[in-house]
Design a protein around this ligand. Sequence first.
Ligand code: ZN
Length: 62
Amino acid sequence: MSDIDPDVLELLVCPRCHRPLVWAYEASELLCTNPECGLAYPVRQGIPILVEDQARPPEGQT
Ligand SMILES: [Zn+2]
C-alpha cells in the first residue's frame, strides 16, 4: 500500500502542464487536474514517479 504526505502532494505539479495533481488512493496514482492533459502518474513505495514516459494516458484517450 502506498500513501502520500499531503504536504508533499501540495508541492507536486504535473510535469507536462504544471497543474496540481490529486491523489487517487485506490489506483495509487497521481492524476493531473487539467482535463485536457489528464495523465495519471504511478506512485511506487510512496514515491511519485512524475515522468511523462511513465504516465498513463486518461481513459478513453488513445
Ligand atoms: Zn497535466
